[in-house]
Design a protein around this ligand. Structure first.
Ligand code: FAD
Ligand code: SF4
Length: 475
């Protein structure tokens, strides 16, 4: 019998590269309802589906796709929300290719079901139709939980704990909640209006959000416990401290860490010039240093802010780049110039304290290092200079010491991250749980959400134990 060929994946239409490289609107347009049903219909409805095992928050993927096949989009959105409070975000930024979609049976012979695209579609559909369902409020338990940091880890933990009936307050240092979703990931990959709506949903569940609250400065941690009267706390402060190249000239005007550059562009809305006159240098020739998602985002933002030339300078080859393949592909399409096997050695001063060029050296790949990636080695005498007016190191981030340095009894690892049990988020301090990037180092949105979920479960167990009434056993 002739084997049936699986249908081809329905790809999302996108803005053409030449146009989108000069605006901040989202790159893909999203599915139409017909396209969404067609893509959902590719799902084989396997008897033993494994896709859910690839999702760190265990979204019931087969059930929501089945509802989509029947055209029940709102019900499909509610099904996802049983496990995931931020579906419109995850549908856009989860690295699905190494998570849920990597376990889809269709992927063995062709392209897996576009689970992320479908998740994005139903979340957008629900929002646009205004049919957001707020679950019934549970009976109050009288317990208070403080959550520090409103990124995906903190938001997920808050959403889960409020559903258990506790009073939950989320403290955020910045003036807007959302963490990296708000200040890091650019508008054209994740529109801020969508993040705001997802945060609104969590507020509607009953979570109180306090912004401009730098814990460790404005309130000490102990004040939070004693005066606010928290029964437990979840720390999800992320890993927002930028790393620099450590080369001469790095303090010249025109050099920004990727974090600062993206924050000015996203949170301070530099992309809405002249409506928002954010202090940011709009370089004509920009060099971004690094090969991860953050480097791709910074390069593509620089282009959209009006740069004539954007160089992406990376010391290894493209095969070793940690960024998602889709982001690398988009950056190439938009005209970012990749300078691979190249490393900066110093920035050059124009005589007035501004950067005017960067000196680089060519590299070759040697033996693999501890990370398994080939070690880049400088080629003697291969130095050369490139004219630039903005330089953006995007080398990754480290743990922010602001809060943890005020907590001497909280155990940290050698790299300054909080030591917490993987399955519970429990730390060395009683009643204090932690998760997300502040524990793992820079990772992903969905892993931070998974950590928030595990901690919420563990906090519920902890509260049962803390308020265990032994009198019930004495009769
Ligand atoms: P964060 O999102 O970092 O949030 C921490 C929050 O805590 C922040 O809002 C911070 O202001 C607040 N805070 C810190 N200290 C205090 C304090 N003392 N008091 C009160 N509040 C405090 N992941 C993906 O899955 N897909 C992507 O495409 C992707 N792209 C990325 C692009 C960029 C530019 C960056 C920087 C990261 C990207 N990531 C991506 C990684 C992902 O965003 C993070 O792994 C995730 O946001 C971590 O979540 P979190 O909740 O641990 O912390
Ligand atoms: Fe896949 Fe992320 Fe959705 Fe989970 S949350 S099903 S990993 S896209």
């Amino acid at each position: 019998m002739e084997e049936k060929k699986p249908k081809k994946r329905v790809h999302m239409r996108e803005q053409v590269p030449q146009v989108r490289a000069r605006n901040f609107m989202e790159v893909p347009y999203g599915y139409t309802p017909e396209e969404a049903v067609e893509e959902a219909s590719r799902c084989l409805s396997c008897l033993n589906p494994s896709c859910t095992k690839g999702c760190p928050v265990a979204v019931d993927i087969p059930s929501f796709i089945k509802l989509m096949k029947e055209g029940k989009f709102i019900e499909a959105a509610w099904k996802i929300k049983e496990e995931n409070a931020l579906p419109a975000v995850c549908g856009r930024v989860c690295p699905q290719e190494i998570q849920c979609e990597s376990l889809c049976l269709l992927g063995k012979k062709g392209e897996p079901v576009a689970i992320g695209n479908l998740e994005r579609f139903v979340a957008d559909y629900e929002r646009e139709k205004g049919e957001i369902q707020i679950p019934e409020k549970p009976k109050p338990t009288g317990r208070k939980i403080a959550i520090i940091g409103s990124g995906p880890g903190g938001l997920t933990c808050a959403a889960d704990l409020i559903k258990s009936g506790h009073q939950v307050t989320l403290f955020e240092a910045l003036h807007k909640p959302g963490g990296v979703l708000m200040y890091g990931i650019p508008e054209f990959r994740l529109p801020k209006a969508i993040v705001e709506k997802e945060v609104d949903y969590i507020k509607k569940l009953g979570v109180e959000v306090v912004v401009n609250a730098v814990i460790g400065k404005l309130y000490s941690f102990d004040e939070l416990f004693n005066e606010y009267g928290s029964d437990a706390c979840f720390i999800a402060t992320g890993a927002g401290l930028p790393m620099f190249l450590g080369i001469p000239g790095e303090n010249l005007n025109g050099i920004y860490s990727a974090n600062e550059f993206l924050t000015r562009a996203n949170l301070m809305k530099a992309y809405l010039f002249p409506e928002y006159d954010t202090p940011i240098k709009r370089g004509k020739k920009v060099a971004v240093f690094g090969g991860g998602n953050v480097a791709m985002d910074a390069a593509r933002v620089a282009l959209r802010l009006g740069a004539e030339k954007v160089y992406l300078i990376y010391r290894r080859s493209e095969d070793e780049m940690p960024a998602r393949k889709a982001e690398i592909h988009h950056a190439h399409e938009e005209g970012i110039e990749f300078m691979l096997l190249t490393n900066p050695t110093r920035f050059i001063d124009d005589g007035k304290g501004n950067v005017c060029a960067v000196e680089c050296i060519k590299m070759e790949l040697g033996e693999p290092d501890q990370s398994g990636r080939k070690n880049p080695i400088p080629i003697k005498g291969s130095e050369f200079q490139i004219e630039i007016d903005v330089g953006i190191p995007a080398l990754g981030t480290r743990s922010n010491p602001l809060l943890v340095s005020t907590l001497p009894d909280l155990k940290l690892n050698k790299r300054g991250y909080i030591m917490a049990e993987e399955e519970t988020g429990m730390t060395s301090k009683l009643g204090v749980f932690a998760g997300g990037d502040i524990v793992t180092g820079s990772a992903t949105v969905i892993l931070a959400m998974g950590a928030g979920r595990k901690a919420a479960k563990a906090i519920n167990e902890y509260l049962k134990w803390k308020y265990w009434d032994t009198r019930s056993l004495s009769n």
